[in-house]
Design a protein around this ligand. Sequence first.
Ligand code: SAM
Ligand code: DTB
Ligand code: SF4
Length: 337
Amino acid sequence: MQNQTIKFHAHKKHPEAANSPSQQQAWSVAEIEALFKLPFADLMYRAQQVHRENFDPNSVQLSTLLSIKTGGCSEDCGYCPQSAFNSAGVENQKMLDVAAVVQAAQAAKASGADRFCMGAAWREPSKEDMESVVEMVKAVRGLGMETCATLGMLSDENVKQLSEAGLDYYNHNLDTAPEFYGEIITTRDYQDRLDTLERVRKAGMHVCSGGIVGMGENLTQRAGLIAQLANLTPYPESVPINNLVKVEGTPLADQEDLDPLEFVRTIAVARITMPRARVRLSAGRQEMSDAVQALCFLAGANSMFYGEQLLTTGNPEVDRDRALMDKLGMYPFAETH
Ligand code: SAM
Ligand code: DTB
Ligand code: SF4
């Protein structure tokens, strides 16, 4: 395992976009597992080194989420309150109209977010769905925000339409290691996810892909998820690391808590193995203390979901996040570019 030596270029708006496959190291699951097992201080030191070589360590990229179509999803993802297989009490809603989406994006921008992510509870979008999404992407782009969408699996035609509409990022998570995946989802397989990511990449959009920890996976499986992500060539520009939000009515509602320090370690390992990615401290922040979040930033997280709502569950209030950033001397990426 060798240290990456790519230098941070302060003038670049998107250092993560310069990630080049030719500079990329291949990672075995065993190597990644060895990182997880380092003494905590050694792991944090190494993650900080990589972080500082590639990014301004005090800047945090802020993405605001909006659920543009909620509930009634035909997939059986065990963690998800929006699956029709689960009974989490989420009210099904039809797709929002473009004006409502633009209004939410304007509010997000005014609060300091630089990226707006539109999420839909679909296995995959229909032709009619795509027409509305394309309008939404164009309108949000028109506000000068980066756009992201997460709509399920995509066809070649879908990626073409999204790319032509100017979509900057597509979020599609691998969620967990291939070996554990079948315990959580049965209605689509791992390869389907990899195929969608490949299509997004080929169409020239940036890839946002990560996963969920705390679903009962073991350490090797956590390492297996990171290995899958880090060995994508190139690895994703954005890597959301979600801590399972345990929602009543889902099969994972009673899952045992992951030790918060294991979550911090996962962030550090993602940072080391994907040096130029935006590593996002994602779902689960509402249940996290400021101290754990501070450790995550120290471990190399440099992005978070920002705004009171994730898709159907809560996220810290903007005021609490502003206070946290102030306390840590951190600033939103949008305010320095
Ligand atoms: N339906 C699309 C899909 O699955 O690709 C997009 C929306 S889906 C809700 C996006 C991601 O949210 C999932 O892949 C999963 O990683 C994350 N997610 C959903 N429920 C979660 C939960 N309870 N805790 C943590 N992350 C969750
Ligand atoms: C991601 O990795 N996490 C976000 C976003 N991408 C779409 C979603 C988290 C959802 C948490 C459960 C909910 O609010 O429904
Ligand atoms: Fe549907 Fe996405 Fe939830 Fe799975 S994670 S049930 S695909 S909304």
